[in-house]
Design a protein around this ligand. Sequence first.
Ligand code: SF4
Length: 364
Amino acid sequence: MALAPTWPFLCQNVTGKAPSQGRFFRHPEPDGRPARVWPVFLTYQGCPGRCVFCAQPLQTATAPAPLGATLAALENDLDAAARDGRGPYELAFYGGVFTALPEPWPERFLATARRWSQAGLITRVRCSTRPDACDPTVLCNLAEQGLGMVEIGAQTFDDAVLAASGRGHDAAAIRRAARDIPAAGLELGLQLLPGLPGHTPQGLDRDIAETCSLAPQIVRLYPCQVIEGTPLAALFRAGTYRPWDLETTLDALARAMLPLWRAGIRVARVGLAPQPGLEPAILAGPRHPALGSRVRARALLALVAAQVAALGHRPAGLAAPRRFAGEFFGHARELADAYAGLGLPRQSVRFVGREDFYLAAQPV
Ligand code: SF4
């Protein structure tokens, strides 16, 4: 392979000879900047019961409220944002089951969103829902009224885990919803919850393979936490449920990233968003303030390791796009030894102003 002249430090070894062969590769994460999201939390509205892990008031810092009050507050807040010249935003209805709200509430919320879309403040509307609340006729009606994306809380495709988590639906319902949502002209999002009762890292591997086959536009990964006041907290205290530990979770999630990215699926979130009052209410579970970036860094390590393996011998060095400089060696340089083990100690890695990576072969 001809060496690009913009990689001078890798194009010569200490003797001035060119390396025999190297490998160019790109990071597989799909392009696309995350939009500014305006979340509207419909805490527990439309829920048929309480899933064992769910603590919406703590996860979203929003107490349950009548839908009329939520809509009135939204209209006031949108009005203020428009007056202040803020935005634009994507409006996101989370925390409940939007597609199962009683009539006429979905229509009323979407009418408000439409009004502000016409004013340029709202660019898109999305919602989260349950797989068993995705009636095709309802989806089509909501799409006609301006809904753009539906994110389904799939959690897992393992029927036994779904049953143990009190979900009240099976994996077939997820597959149906994932087919009916795009058929209604809506974008699809999938939320997975690794580590539910009975779930294993191998189960997550299977979930990811199935997720890729359903081709959602985005995925969110929320490793299961034990939150005070939930049925899961009671199981944890009784010793019948143990969450995944942090290392297991980091490795399992890192393994999930590459196939998702390669399938063109954006991973929009890893881990629960921080909320006031949430942290002290978490009894157990794999969490870390930099969970997402630690997972991304391990996924990148796996990508580089595969390229080193394909090279067939220890590399002479690596040039990496500058935008990965912050995450490359991991949180507190936790991956530095692993890179050194691949033959890429710190001094052999350079960050440069290009979008592709270049793995240099051993000097000839
Ligand atoms: S997980 Fe979804 S359906 Fe279950 S209780 Fe929470 S908001 Fe409701």
